[in-house]
Design a protein around this ligand. Structure first.
Ligand SMILES: *Cc1c(COP(=O)(O)O)cnc(C)c1O
Length: 426
């Protein structure tokens, strides 16, 4: 794929090759990651990159838009079909940008938003003081019940009634359970708030139909494209038809400049794949593997937040092992497994240290891991946790992890072997 770069910019080529090597032999368990199929890689680098477009298909500001319109319309139609959506805008540059386009469509400065706490699994764009929107909107946050570690819907209702938000957000980055969208919608209706679901993490599972969809309940659903849905970098927004005009205006010229047509072409392919039997089977394997990993880790003395999982995420409390999230994350990285440290509800440790890790099953399930491999992973994780400073054991774990992942190629053999052809300009 990097035929000419290999010759004209060997320094950069070497870095890309090194990253490919890393990905090939690393057991990827960061919950927000997935491996894009080769179609997505190809389309992300297609000639649509050269085309500048502003506005919507049929209403562009630029000439020469015939094929640009076709590709964006195709992405929109496929997305609508996958999610049974009334309206979809596929232009957002990312999941974060998708959220901004919704806020900007329906809120004025000073308006109030009720969303999930960051340290209970919410997202930075849902009212973290570190995000610029905290200067523009007013936020209140709900969390999980500390005993069950499940969203405390009564707390959501109490907070909604006292805070009277204009927007209620469901959706999270580190929440392993299904969300009761019906209950959230009822609460939103009670206080006359808009209801948005940020399904950034779970849109692949939703699209494949292996977990319930928020689309019938929400005024807006936003998503990233690079998490369980296994697409390119990017975002999209689903809404009820009655909000379409506002959403489009907010997206452009409200927030975006020219669109990323190469990304939109890749999104069109992503939406095509979501309903194909192979992808549905992968998403089912993600769920099965996550449930099984939770059981296997629990059997080895880890504590699983909320007692299990209904999605691709396993949140682990490491306190029974007397190690921190930071220590475990770093030790696993050394032996070729990537996860990320994560706060757990009511975490006594700082967000930089944490008492937990978040483990995601998407990437390994794409590569074909099943119960046998998950057992081996749980075993390696246990040995690492119990021998965090023992270099000899860690070396064995590194060999075992590499032997395991080597059986599951990241991409088809030979796909990246670049034939060297000397380009004309040399
Ligand atoms: C990851 C995430 C986002 C941001 O998505 P990007 O594509 O990384 O911008 C937004 N919301 C939630 C809940 C997320 O987990």
């Amino acid at each position: 794929m990097l035929k000419t770069t290999k010759i004209t910019d060997p320094e950069l080529y070497e870095i890309v090759e090194a990253e490919l090597e890393r990905q090939k032999y690393n057991i990827e368990m960061i919950a927000s990651e997935s491996s894009a199929p080769t179609e997505i890689l190809e389309l992300s680098g297609s000639v649509f990159l050269n085309k500048t477009e502003e506005g919507l298909p049929g209403k562009r500001y630029q000439a020469g838009s015939e094929h640009a319109d076709r590709v964006e319309n195709l992405a929109i139609e496929r997305a609508k079909e996958v999610f049974g959506a009334e309206y979809v805008n596929v232009q957002a540059y990312s999941g974060a940008t998708a959220n901004y386009t919704v806020f900007n469509a329906i809120l004025d400065p000073g308006d109030k938003i009720l969303a999930m706490r960051l340290d209970h699994g919410g997202h930075l764009t849902h009212g973290s003081p570190a995000n610029f929107l905290s200067k523009i909107y007013k936020y209140e946050h709900y969390g999980v019940n500390l005993e069950t570690e499940i969203i405390d819907y009564d707390d959501v209702e109490v907070k909604a009634l006292s805070f009277m938000p204009k927007l209620i957000i469901a959706g999270a980055s580190a929440y392993p359970r299904l969300i009761d969208y019906k209950r959230m919608r009822e609460i939103a209706d009670k206080v006359g708030a808009y209801f948005m679901v940020d399904m950034a993490h779970i849109s692949g599972l939703v699209g494949a139909g292996v977990i319930p969809s928020p689309v019938p309940y929400a005024d807006f659903c936003t998503s990233s494209c690079s998490k369980t849905i296994c697409g390119p970098r990017g975002g999209f927004v689903i809404c009820k038809e009655k909000f379409a005009k506002q959403l489009n205006k907010s997206t452009f010229p409200g927030i975006l400049g020219s669109i990323q047509l190469n990304g939109i072409a890749a999104k069109a392919n992503m939406f095509k794949r979501v309903k194909e039997p192979e992808f549905v089977a992968t998403m089912q394997r993600v769920l099965d593997n996550a449930k099984f990993l939770a059981k296997e880790l629990e059997a080895r003395g880890f504590r699983i937040i909320s007692g299990g999982t209904d999605n691709h995420i396993v949140l682990v409390d490491l306190r029974p092992k007397n190690i921190t999230g930071k220590e475990f994350d770093q030790a696993l990285e050394k032996i070729g497994i990537t996860v990320n440290k994560n706060t757990i509800p009511n975490d006594p440790a700082s967000p930089f240290v944490t008492s937990g890790v978040r483990i995601g099953l998407t990437a390994v399930s794409e590569r074909g891991f099943g119960p046998n491999e998950i057992s081996v992973v749980a075993d390696i994780m246990d040995r690492v946790a119990n021998n965090i400073d023992n270099e000899e054991v860690l070396d064995q774990c590194r060999n075992d992890a590499r032997a395991l992942i080597s059986q599951f190629p990241l991409y088809q053999e030979g796909y990246f072997e670049d034939e060297v052809t000397i380009p004309q300009h040399i």
